[in-house]
Ligand binder design. Sequence first.
Ligand code: PEP
Length: 260
Amino acid sequence: MRTPLIIGNWKMHATISEARALATGVRDGAKRLGDVEVVLCPPFTALAAVSEVLAGGPVGLGAQNCHYESSGAHTGEISPTMLVDLGVRTVLLGHSERRRDQGETDDLINRKVRAGLAHGVTPVLCVGETDEERRQGLTFTTVEGQLRAGLAGVPAEAVAGIVLAYEPVWAIGTGVNATPIQAVEVHGYLRGLLSELASKEIAQGVRILYGGSVKPDNTDALIAQAEIDGALVGGASLNAQSFVAIVEHAARASGGLKGD
Ligand code: PEP
């Protein structure tokens, strides 16, 4: 049994005071987590404040990116060492917005994945095809290339320490989520690749999240699929009530909310 994981990606939203309020809302609302893991990824500027809000509780702290070196002459960058210092234990890597807007390559993402693992920060490796790639029948080719490149040089045992997120680019921020069937076929394909890259046993333990327009009203159908181990949530994570509702749906699906 893989523990479901729900991650909120706040992207470039929330000042420090807004972040405190949002994190407090999630912390207080998600008290009856049940058997679900929850992680919030605020912008870098709010990590310290959110770390304080979440301290000692079950909701984890994540970052939206990191550099692959521990320190050095990299103006404007944030290292994994700095993230660990703030209480960060999870980092999103290879998000399609960074691949597209910052030109992040598979090679760069791979370095970051290896750096995260080396520093004890769980990399959430994001993969997904564009609309055009899906139309051309290149969905599996695209995600396979991203997965193989992202995990290049990662020893088989270390693969157990990653989380994968299947995020079709056409579903991110569009309001059009992948259907459970579409998501499951890609998740199954990715798990097959993980078996090949590591082992069947390791692949069975790796959580594969779905991301792309997840909302409270579509969570049940997605999370009911054995191959979907949770969600990476963008827009709907900016409202504590809707994010907590997603967490509650996941908790019910995994055996009930505490107190139900
Ligand atoms: C995301 O950015 O990772 C994402 C899934 O966004 P949204 O939920 O808004 O589609």
